[in-house]
Design a protein around this ligand. Sequence first.
Ligand code: NAD
Length: 245
Amino acid sequence: MATKFIMVGAKGRMGQAILSLAKESPDYQVFAQVDKEDNLAAVIQGTDSVIEFSHHSVTPMIAEICLQHQKPLVIGTTGHSQTALKIIQDCAQKIPVVFAPNFSIGVNLLFYLTRKAAEILGEDYDQEVVEMHHRLKLDAPSGTGKRLAEILAEVKKKNLDEIAKHGRVGIIGERTAQEIGVHALRGGDVVGDHTVHFATMGERLELTHRASSRDTFASGALRAAHWVLSQKPGLYSMQDVLGLK
Ligand code: NAD
C-alpha cells in the first residue's frame, strides 16, 4: 500500500521537489499539502506520516501537532535554536521522528567517511569544513556543515561550540591543533557542496560531496517517510534509515 504523507512547506523548493517525485511513484500518496496559510491540525487525521521542510521557527509547532495526533514525523528543516531542538527531542520520546540535516545517501556516506578519516588520521591533521549553497539560503553554516564539524569534534571528544572557528578575519595568530574551521560560501543556484579538509605537513586529504539536484534529498525524505512508519518512538537520523550505524 502506498505511504500517505502530508507535505509541510509544500510551496518551497524542497516541498516542490518531494511532491513531484512522490507523484511519479506508486509507493507514495500525497495526502495533503500545507504551507504558510494552512492549518496542519485540520488535515492531519488519516495521514500515515508528515514531512516538514519549512522554517526552523515552525518545526516545534509541527512536532507538537504530530505528537497530539500520534503521527510519525520527518524533519528536513535546519537552523533550529536550542529551545526548538529541545521541543523536537521531547516530542520524539513519544512518536518516531527522523531528523536529518541532509537526506542524500552520498552525504550520509560522507558523515561515515569523515568519522573514519578523523579516527585514522588523528590529532596531527588540521580539520576545516567548507560548505557552499545558493544565495537564497537563510541559515549558516548549513545543517550538514554543522553536522560534519560535530562529527570531527566528537572524535576529538570536545564540545564543538568551544573549538569551532567560524570564518577568520584580522590578526588571528597561528592555528591551534584543536580548532575546527567552519566556512560558509553563498552564491548563485548551488544546491549544496560540502568539503572536509584534513591537512598536515606534506599532504592534504579532501572529502567532497556535491549535490546537483534537490531530488537526492527528496528521494531520501520519502524513503524516511516510509521507514519511520514501522519504528518505535525515538529520534532517528538518516544513518538509521540507511542502516549505516
Ligand atoms: P523555501 O524557502 O524554498 O521553502 C520553505 C517553505 O516553507 C515556503 O514555501 C514557506 O512558505 C513555507 N513555510 C514558512 N512558514 C510556514 C509555516 N508556518 N507553515 C507551513 N509552511 C511554511 O526553503 P527550502 O529550500 O525548501 O528549504 C526548507 C528547509 O529545508 C531549510 O531549512 C533548508 O535548510 C532545509 N533543507 C534541508 C535539506 C535536507 O536534506 N535536510 C535539503 C535542502 C534544504
